[in-house]
Design a protein around this ligand. Structure first.
Ligand SMILES: Nc1nc2c(ncn2[C@@H]2O[C@H](COP(=O)(O)OP(=O)(O)OP(=O)(O)O)[C@@H](O)[C@H]2O)c(=O)[nH]1
Length: 446
């Protein structure tokens, strides 16, 4: 790839190649989503349309100036076959600037590729459960005009409540599905941003964004040395061992990493040791099938989405102190003051080979774990799991964001495949021994 090619966006998909409403996007295989710069237009992949029940959503987060708008730009100008709607959440009334920065795909006038909705009422993490949901709902009124939704959060947003809102809003949950949380980090500044302390010992936004990521784009690699990049990768892995990390300049990545990944679908599983991270274990056309399967499984009542009895603050904490986010314009939003020691975000992975889990015991334990509010309770951002459940021939998939979680049935265990459970916890104050002991107590009696 020449350096001049690097600066050129790939060609926009001709709208005639865009999928029709209710159909799967034309490009489903990973190779078809390849958005590396090309010198000529490639024909759209001839994958037969498949029904899509919910519009996938990629949530783009990252600290101030990391390159989120640059990524949106890249998606909107790339050849991938989706018609994207973009939800911009901009603070300080800068949405018009952001919008001006994002290039309009060629031919947009004739038939729009992107729909725009801007959230104006302050910080998305504070208004996630109302403004964003309302904006998405109103966007869904024009469902036939797009196949994919990108949400760009502000640089100071905690992506947890936004992701959670996509799960918990009853009307939304059948029409949109969270596909991937992408965190863009600035190779030049991320280490300082991660280290920036908060006076009350709370986790800072940069750490939260890394913790929630399914995919981390290590952007601006032109501004850091190889040694610095390696150090950043090690630090990010130390916080979130599950996220796939992709180095890039100007966010020019293969878009199959972040679009229609199927990471939250029922057949998704945490990557096994030694597997490439961030692929979710399924790719391309398989993901399309996985997405359909997830919808069917959930529709059949296989999923149970648990929510706390008590409505939590949108940042997942109690409403007993004013929000400390200086950008939050909502006087009604309050923020729980974390009085405990400032533990760093980390990942704990627990393998349970052999013995199956008792699903009801596991649910009971998760309820306690996620909703406990004692000062030394684990502060969990993300949970992912592949579960071997007693009495079931199917894999079960656990996904958790903040205080909500979902366990859905996945595909059958293959003949001869070793049955085992693997759970990944990302958060603060995680105690491996306690988690392992608690999980051992959730095993079914043999
Ligand atoms: N050198 C360099 N600059 C980059 C790269 N990617 C983006 N930029 C620049 O970084 C600046 C910020 O990029 P944006 O895409 O606006 O960042 P953002 O995350 O949307 O910023 P906020 O909305 O303010 O949080 C812009 O001037 C970009 O041109 C890169 O890989 N290398």
């Amino acid at each position: 790839m020449s350096s001049s090619d690097d600066e050129l966006p790939p060609e926009a998909v001709p709208l005639s190649a865009a999928p029709t409403s209710g159909s799967a996007p034309a490009a489903t295989a990973a190779g078809d989503l390849d958005a590396q710069p090309t010198s000529g237009a490639k024909p759209a992949a001839a994958t037969p349309p498949q029904p899509i029940t919910a519009v996938p959503v990629t949530l783009i987060t990252g600290y101030l100036g990391a390159g989120k708008t640059t990524l949106v730009n890249w998606v909107l100008t790339a050849r991938h076959g989706y018609r994207c709607a973009v939800l911009l959440n901009e603070i300080a009334d800068s949405a018009d600037i952001e919008r001006a920065l994002v290039k309009e795909p060629e031919g947009r006038d004739a038939s729009p590729l992107a729909e725009w909705t801007e959230l104006e009422n302050g910080c998305i993490c504070c208004s996630a459960k109302n403004d964003m949901v309302k904006a998405l709902e109103s966007l869904m009124q024009q469902r036939d005009r797009f196949d994919y939704v990108l949400i760009e959060t502000t640089g100071l947003a905690n992506p947890g409540p936004v992701a959670a809102a996509l799960w918990t809003d009853e009307q939304l949950e059948s029409s949109v599905c969270l596909d991937c949380i992408v965190t863009v980090v600035d190779a030049r500044h991320i280490r300082r941003q991660l280290a920036d302390p908060r006076p009350d010992g709370a986790v800072n936004e940069a750490q939260q964004q890394v913790a929630f990521a399914d995919v981390v784009l290590l952007n601006k690699t032109d501004l850091a040395s190889e040694a610095e990049l390696a150090e950043i990768e090690a630090e990010i892995r130390g916080m979130n061992a599950e996220a796939g990390i992709t180095r890039c300049q100007r966010c020019q990545i293969d878009l199959s990493r972040i679009l229609n990944t199927g990471l939250y679908s029922a057949s998704t599983r945490p990557a096994a040791a030694g597997e490439p991270q961030g692929s979710g274990g399924s790719g391309g056309a398989d993901q399309q099938a996985a997405a359909s399967q997830a919808a069917v499984t959930q529709g059949a009542g296989g999923a149970e989405r648990k929510q706390p009895q008590q409505q939590a603050c949108s940042d997942g904490s109690r409403e007993d102190a004013p929000c400390s986010n200086p950008q939050c314009g909502d006087p009604n939003h309050h923020h729980h003051e974390h009085s405990v020691h400032d533990a760093r975000v980390g990942t704990v992975t627990i393998h349970l080979p052999g013995a199956p889990l008792d699903l009801s015991r596991l649910r009971c334990w998760l309820d306690t774990l996620l909703w406990e509010e004692t000062a030394d309770a684990a502060d969990l951002f993300r949970i992912k799991g592949l579960l071997h459940v007693a009495g079931s021939a199917r894999k079960h998939i656990l996904q958790g964001v903040h205080e909500i979680y979902d366990i859905v049935e996945g595909p059958q265990w293959a003949a001869g495949e070793p049955r085992a459970s693997k759970l990944v916890f990302i958060g603060r104050r995680l105690r491996r021994d306690a988690l392992a002991a608690d999980l051992a107590a959730c095993l079914a009696e043999q």
